[in-house]
Design a protein around this ligand. Sequence first.
Ligand SMILES: Nc1ncnc2c1ncn2[C@@H]1O[C@H](COP(=O)(O)OP(=O)(O)OP(=O)(O)O)[C@@H](O)[C@H]1O
Ligand SMILES: [Mg+2]
Length: 432
Amino acid sequence: MAGESYHCSLCGRRVRIQSRADMPVLDPNTGFGICRSCIKNIYEFIEEDEKRNARFNKKNFKYMLGDLLAKNKPHVIKEYLDEFIIMQERAKKILSVAAYNHYKRMKYDLDNRGGDDEIDKSNVIIMGPTGCGKTAMLSHLSKLLDIPFAVTDASSLTEAGFVGADVEVAVRNLYYASGKDIEKTEHGIIYLDEFDKIARKSGANNSITADPGHEGVQQGLLKMLEGSVVEFTERGQRKHPEAPTIKVNTKNILFICGGAFVGIEKIIEKRVKKDDSNIGFGSEIPSKEDTDKKFNELIHQVRPEDLMKYGIIPEIIGRLPVICTLETLDENALLRILTEPKNAPVKQYEKLLAMDNVKLEFEEAALRQVAKMAIERKTGARSLKGIIEDVMLDVMFDIPKSEEPRRVVVTEACIKGEERPQIFPLEENISA
Ligand SMILES: Nc1ncnc2c1ncn2[C@@H]1O[C@H](COP(=O)(O)OP(=O)(O)OP(=O)(O)O)[C@@H](O)[C@H]1O
Ligand SMILES: [Mg+2]
């Protein structure tokens, strides 16, 4: 048999038999055989299918929920988020409770099938300056809970009938993130990013101009947020009469609407000052720290009426009962973000270079310089990685040329672009 070749009866590929493993299923008499790669495909298909069924068949779902709730109490969720997200204590707490309650509510609903005393859904609105951890926090949350999570840019949505994406796209994105499993989709999390961009332009701050597009999107989102059956086509053709549609009930989908809400602190400040004329922040020109401090103090005081002034329609606000606010990150926070989180940029580069037998060292002043530059760029923690990446480019290009153990030192001047990181020989190998 060895040395002969057979055609796989499934894929038709010719396989030369060197050992039994080449064609695990083979009847030399009839020539019937299935090759290794076909068996692997079949195995993977069955395994995935079984996993999916086990997880999401209705009866099991109830147990899974019980398990999810037992394992992920709010303090456990917060501890997990602490490993990745620096500061934002209050936001981490609010989000942990919101996620826990969301799944508790689902369990209550399952346990009391038919009862009419449902617990209301608590969708979340999350706000804070750019690059302060909104998206990062949510993606870590969904990883911990092992539930599908999809981000949709709300500013790309348009009212039905206009050019652009219908609001259903948000659900379709989640459907894709769930591996096209409707059951899973119906228990996932949808993050509507850039939510502030669909604020009505005629918010109290602006002159009243017609703005049908944005208000239309908000109207379109209403039912979806509350819970309704959303219909969409697989490839997103606009409701073609012939295209088969997929129906997803959004009743148990947690919606989180996030955005920077630039300028909302001014609306809050106006209200707060009116409520309590004693509050004042001094009249001299405020420093950067003062501005940040003031922003952080104000943002946590946001109330639904401020959002209304900002241009979010009251019906939407009513469906987003949980308000989660994030702070501006100062230099010290950025410095911590560089090194402390489990996936901190510095740790990532250390691991990458260790694979090439190189020990990477950042001087303290270098890291502080990175944080300073990030502050100047005004994009929160977002630019940290880019700043380091620029400095590391040449090093990462040159290092793999040799396998000798080495040490790379990054100084403040390197970050400023005044010199290149220095490479020194090392006596011992780096254990990666
Ligand atoms: N508080 C934080 N702790 C740790 N890392 C953070 C924090 N804030 C931001 N980051 C990091 O900065 C990057 C950008 O953050 P993120 O995408 O969460 O910003 P965002 O708040 O969603 O901003 P935007 O409003 O622009 O969408 C992420 O890679 C994240 O890891
Ligand atoms: Mg974001």
